[in-house]
Ligand binder design. Sequence first.
Ligand code: ADP
Length: 271
Amino acid sequence: MSEQTINQEKKKQEQVIENPIVRYKNVSKSFGETTVLNNLDLDIAKGEKIALIGPSGSGKTTIIRMLMTLEEPSSGTIEVDGEMLWHKEVNGELVPADEKHLRKVRGNIGMVFQQYNLFPHMTILKNCTVAPINVLGINKDEAVARAKEMLEKVGLGDKVDAYPSQLSGGQQQRVAIARSLVMKPKVMLFDEVTAALDPELVGEVLEVIKDIAADGETTMILITHEIDFARDIADRVFFLDSGKIAEYGKPEDVLVNPESERLQSFLSRFH
Ligand code: ADP
């Protein structure tokens, strides 16, 4: 084995976490001829906050879309809390999972996108109670109590009766975060949630995410171009480059003393 291969193997070993909440094992994804993720290994511990950074097109969104079951890996396996997402093991063989199984595992995952897509004709409260009532089947009183609690948490306790059009973009995005939290997911995915906001509204949304992160319990995977935010919030930062994890580690290492020229040049854009 060459020194480089040994180093790569060592890095892989370091990444293995016991009882991870999320585990990508040897995951590749191609669209037609184009490989966008190449043998991804990634373990995430319960409660961990992970930031994915990297140039546009490096594969970040594909990583989380697969976890949300919006894309299927071309090869490899993904586990959430010990359960395989896309496969089931039957008599020692991996077979494709059925829709029921996918739905069950997907129930552990919440996602907030760039576009918040609230229902315009429903109040803020109703926006937050529809899914818990219809998808989780919890009763209306409990859904309302949970929704109010989460809206308080994102600083919008006084807006329950407002309609989305009466709120600013930052407030709407905070509702989208509350709506996701109401489902009590084990893992929260945030995909560039501030990218579509006016600059003056970015701070309030990042603050809300930091508050939620401080509660500790929820595992978070954040795709962000807000490097200072990643540094504040993340336990580990992963730099994606051309469908591979090119560098990863604690934010104070990866973001302050990047090893590779690619990462140095990527980060220099933000200064
Ligand atoms: P990032 O989030 O880092 O910008 P993405 O995961 O969105 O990167 O995309 C990685 C690559 O995969 C890009 O080259 C993109 O064009 C390609 N890609 C993503 N989704 C599809 C798709 N549904 N069909 C074809 N190509 C796709």
